[in-house]
Every structure is written in C-alpha cells, then in structure tokens.
Design a binder for this molecule. Structure first.
Ligand SMILES: [Zn+2]
Length: 184
C-alpha cells in the first residue's frame, strides 16, 4: 500500500461522514496566506482557519515567486481577497541547503541547469522581509500594501510578526475596511 492509497482510503472514510458543503468560491475572510510546504505547519490550526475562509498558497520556503504572484493576482482580482499574510517558520528545510549546492546537484544529475531560482535563505527575518517587499512591489495586485509577514515557531506554535518598514507615499496604498464576518 502506497501513501497515496492510504490517503484515498482515509478520504473514503471521512467523506461519507461529511454533510454536503455549500461554501462560496470566494474566501470569507478575504485573505490569502502564503506559507511553506513544511509538513508540521497546519495553517488551519495555527491561524484557527476554517474551510472557505482563506486561500492558502504553499511552496518550499513560502517564497513569493512569479507563480505565487500569479495566484495572488487571481485571488485579489477575481475572488475578492484584499490582504496577504506570509508565514515562514523556524527550522525550515530551505535553511539547510544552498542555492549553489542544490543547483549544482540538479545539474549534475540531469545535465540541465534549472531555469528557476532555488531561493534558499539563512536569515529568517530577512527572508520574510524580502517576501513582503515582493508583494508590495507587485504591479499585478490590487492591494500590494496590505501584506504582513510572520515567523511561526514550530516548537512553541507561536506566531511572531516581522516589522518591515514601508515606503512612504506609496502611490497605490488603499484603505481597507474591516472584514465583515457572518455570525457562526
Ligand atoms: Zn519551510
């Protein structure tokens, strides 16, 4: 039995016990979260999320790549989100490798140098700040200034915000009205 078989079996058991869902396509909290693929990070637990509340985008490191910007642009322009939350974390696998080392490994094994950036990092807070700046500088988002970055401690479960001073006089800063939550 493969891991995939295990998951399919788990779904069979779980799905039969669920009531039909009528959740909206548009996230109720109007927020998109970008985070790492780390298996210890359960964003639904960490942030008290429920299905239907947020877009969750994940990759190795929670890096704001072009593809993440693509998803954020769709999220904001077509599906109504207005804020971005970045969650990086302690003990990240991306701190254990280097760009040059991994690139050399891929090239040695395949004969091809990858066209993508590896995006490893050593300084966690600086990596969060870098991601915040990439969101702020994106030309494709409706709310580029509405972004905050955090470090999640995988040992204590706490979330710590990283202060990233903004540029003054940003031309596209918009005022956000508070999100309206339906009583639950
Ligand atoms: Zn990670």
């Amino acid at each position: 039995m493969t891991a995939t078989d295990v998951l399919v079996e788990r779904n069979r058991t779980w799905s039969t016990a669920q009531a039909p869902s009528d959740l909206s396509l548009r996230p109720r909290l109007q927020v998109a979260i970008v985070t790492c693929m780390d298996s210890r990070l359960d964003l639904f637990d960490v942030l008290g999320l429920a299905p239907g509340e947020a877009h969750v985008l994940r990759n190795a490191g929670g890096v704001v790549t072009d593809d993440v910007v693509r998803s954020l642009a769709i999220s904001q322009r077509k599906l109504g989100t207005r804020e971005v939350v970045l969650v990086h974390h302690t003990d990240c696998g991306m701190q254990t490798i280097t760009d040059d080392g991994f690139r050399a490994e891929l090239q040695a094994d395949s004969g091809v140098s990858p066209s993508f950036a590896i995006e490893t990092f050593t300084d966690l807070d600086e990596d969060v700040a870098q991601s915040v700046r990439r969101v702020r500088r994106s030309a494709f988002l409706l709310y580029p200034e509405a972004v905050r970055g955090f470090v999640h401690d995988v040992a204590t479960h706490e979330l710590r915000e990283v202060d990233v001073p903004g540029r003054s006089g940003d031309r596209r800063a918009r005022t956000l009205s508070p999100v309206r939550l339906a009583a639950s």
